[in-house]
Design a protein. Structure first.
Length: 434
């Protein structure tokens, strides 16, 4: 499944984009994920999705999603937002549910305080990050994620319909009900924590859990008859039973999306994504095979002569570090030492490419200004200080070669120090340099 680099745009450029045309659809949303405090534009599958910030001019503002839309295409645009929120909900580990919408020539906000809200907020204007969110091009996966989004939204609101939505995640994937029954049977034993505890309780009471989830859950919720089994809204026992069973079907739905459909979350992708994959074509297959097995790398000619742009997510290249020349050195344990130096040879930045684990590490202690025949300038000092102190302050360094996707480096975790405020530290560094 593709998980490409997704550009995030913050600040005045967002305002410029929103003022660039007439015709906008804005949906109000109910959200349980960390919502951006300021507007951010997410470029996903060829469209710009504007997540409207939860704060505006120091006041609370209704969260929402805005997308460009001609008045005749409202349903088309609305469907795009639904699909986007389904993927976003799964990827970010919560729910983002459309609660209403408004169309206008200007990107107005939509806010009904009873239905439009965010249970979480985030500090800072540039911290929202759904980069590498998967691209969904399969209809059955799209449906599964849509039902998951519904189930998540209803979990604390209406347990019955939440149960039904989670059940549909699985049910929608099988033409043959017998295969669904067999899948549930096999995967009940994978459950852990509260879900496993509930399965144990049911089995201890002699209950066929698979059949119980279908008859006393799915069917009892979806159907009603005079003498049939139903979930009675006035029966406390029915409500307690359904609440107890809800965690079981939710976990089964999660397992199906995770293991059968292989849709990553932000957490699972952080562990599994090979950050170095965009540069694979610069290296031979033999090299990749050798380094990934932890053997010493001896040939790294693919990097020779390359120029690397060094930047910070999401702002892009740092002024003065846009054209760094590559000098590579081999190392043991599948580590490639990447030395980057500017044209005047006054700034040296060191990175280690870990091909075995698909990671890039920033070596701040080995990087610095270089004093030789050509002395560093004030601009050099400011460029290096910007890189150093923002990375030290948990900024994400990015390396870009040609038109390849940017490579994100691992976040630096300072040890035995309290990182200074980057802006103040940069100013003081340049002042000391002068």
């Amino acid at each position: 499944m593709e998980t490409p680099y997704i550009k995030h745009i913050f600040g005045s450029e967002v305002d410029n984009k929103l003022a660039s045309q007439l015709g906008w659809l804005t949906t109000g949303v109910a959200s349980s994920i960390s919502w951006p405090s300021a507007d951010v534009c997410i470029q996903y599958l060829g469209d710009d999705y504007f997540l409207r910030g939860s704060e505006r001019a120091g006041e609370r503002s209704p969260p929402g999603i805005t997308i460009a839309c001609d008045q005749a295409d409202i349903d088309k645009a609305l469907a795009k937002v639904y699909r986007f929120t389904s993927v976003l909900s799964w990827f970010m580990g919560g729910f983002v549910d459309v609660s209403g919408y408004i169309w206008g020539n200007r990107p107005s906000l939509y806010g009904n305080p009873r239905t439009v809200f965010s249970t979480l907020g985030i500090a800072g204007e540039k911290t929202f990050n759904c980069n590498h969110m998967p691209l969904i091009d399969s209809e059955n996966i799209r449906k599964a994620l849509a039902f998951w989004r519904e189930g998540q939204r209803l979990y604390d609101v209406h347990p019955s319909y939440s149960f039904l939505s989670f059940y549909k995640v699985i049910e929608s994937q099988f033409l043959d009900p017998r295969k669904r029954v067999e899948w549930v049977k096999v995967n009940l034993d994978k459950l852990t924590n509260q879900a496993a505890k509930r399965v144990f309780e049911l089995r201890s009471a002699g209950v066929d859990v698979n059949n119980h989830l279908y008859q006393s859950g799915r069917c009892a919720i979806a159907h009603a008859s005079v003498d049939g089994t139903i979930v009675d809204p006035d029966n406390p026992s029915d409500k307690r039973r359904l609440n107890d069973d809800l965690i079981v079907i939710k976990e089964l739905a999660r397992i199906y999306i995770d293991e059968e459909l292989n849709v990553p979350t932000s957490r699972s992708l952080y562990q599994s994504r090979n950050r170095l994959a965009p540069w694979a074509q610069m290296l031979s297959i033999d090299l990749l095979d050798t380094s990934s097995k932890g053997k010493q790398v001896t040939e790294i000619s693919g990097f020779k002569g390359q120029e690397v742009s060094v930047g910070l997510w999401p702002d892009g290249a740092i002024s003065g570090l846009e054209r760094m020349r590559v000098n590579c050195e081999s190392s043991s344990q599948a580590m490639i030492k990447l030395e980057l130096i500017n044209d005047s040879k006054t700034i040296l930045l060191i990175f280690y490419l870990d091909y075995k684990n698909g990671r890039v590490h920033t070596a701040l202690k080995e990087s610095g200004l270089v004093f030789n025949e050509t002395k560093p300038s004030k601009a050099d000092a400011e460029a290096f200080a910007t890189f150093f102190y923002k990375v030290l302050g948990n900024g994400i360094a990015e390396l870009t070669i040609n038109d390849f996707e940017p490579i994100d480096c691992e976040v630096v975790i300072p040890v035995n120090i309290i990182p200074p405020n980057p802006e103040i530290a940069i100013r003081d560094f340049v002042a000391r340099f002068e």
